[in-house]
Write a protein that binds this ligand. Sequence first.
Ligand code: AMP
Ligand code: ZN
Length: 430
Amino acid sequence: MFWDQEAETMGRGGLEQLQLRRLKATVRRVYERVPFYRQKFAEAGLQPRHITSLADARRLPLTTSADLREQYPRGLVAVDATELARLHTSSGTTGKPKGLFFSRKDVDRAAELMARCLVMAGLGPGGILQNMMTYGMFTGALVMHYGAEKVGLLVIPSGPGNSEKQLLLMQDFGTTAIHTTPSYALYFADYLEKKGIDPRRELSLRQGFIGAEPYSEETRRKIEQGLGIDVYNSYGLSEMNGPGVAFECAEKHGLHIWEDFFLVEIVDPRTGEPLPDGERGELVLTTLCREAMPILRYRTRDITSILPQPCPCGRTHRRLNRITGRTDDMLIVRGSNIYPQQIERVLMDIPAVGRNYVILLEGLDELTVTVELAGAGFGGQVEKLVRLQTEITDKLRAEIMVKPKVELVAAGTLPVSEGKARRVIDKRSL
Ligand code: AMP
Ligand code: ZN
């Protein structure tokens, strides 16, 4: 099933021609209207006419998250104030927020891409989507909401948290799909288990659109089992509309990124130099159809690679591999480079491990991983607990080359945030 079959299955030649046309228009637009880019072009001795092929894109300046903060509030806007239709902000973890503007067309196009994603995952009229992301300045909920309405779904704007209310809505209105983060999905699965509710028999859930945070295949499996749903990985970032940038099809193998709207590059995070298809690096995106706030070569800091092979679903837009983390996620512990994702993968593959964990760094590189037990745990059987603790410690050490201290706690005892999870607490006094 397609939302826009022509655009989604366009031949590569035609798609690339379209990209080039849109790239040139975007370059002209920012050169004429955005002093920040005009200055960057001047520094690089670059004129819009120098961009004659897609390969020339690498001559364009990279835009960083710091640039967006410095241009706050309106520095990157490329339209008159009367053409602005919506403001979102992205706060990230530190410092000033980023002001992200949409024109009316931008709002509609973001919804259009979201609609492609939802239909790709098998949704259509009659579907009932419970949107459990945070409504507000965050793009996560609103962009999904508009896309879902376009597709003809009934949208329940439940927002995050309050599992009791979420469950009631699902029971009373027959929710068929949810949109949430992996951490809340796991938490909610736990909640159902504690309540003794079998989602397969008592709820109508079929699909989950899970994103906003990195997660592993192991976590996908846990969510699918716990909620009795098909989980589709949903990737997006506020700087590029929010959700709907890249999404899985029924193959659930890589996320199609809508290349008629985004020019995709993978670069070496250290040097910024482009890498060939298939190599892992930092995702860099250029908006091709943005009116209010076009962004050239945005360094997402997300680590992934391109799957160049054609997809059996027939869509020609290339797929990204699951995002495995961010360039700024990396922890250096006793000289080893560790990504939190490595720890997650190990934990979620152990059946006795529950659905939440926290990584704590303190003192001089002491690493403690606190892990919730699955379900009822072992009913206080100390011997089994010790064995599990040793198993987790050994498996983590084999993966990350550092021996952590492992603490086991009962299911549901670690805090769950309503937005993105905070898994890593770094209290080191280094
Ligand atoms: P925000 O701009 O606040 O919506 O956050 C966007 C960031 O969330 C992205 O740059 C990624 O780091 C992360 N993110 C969003 N979706 C996913 C996903 N499906 N997998 C991994 N990370 C994701
Ligand atoms: Zn596909």
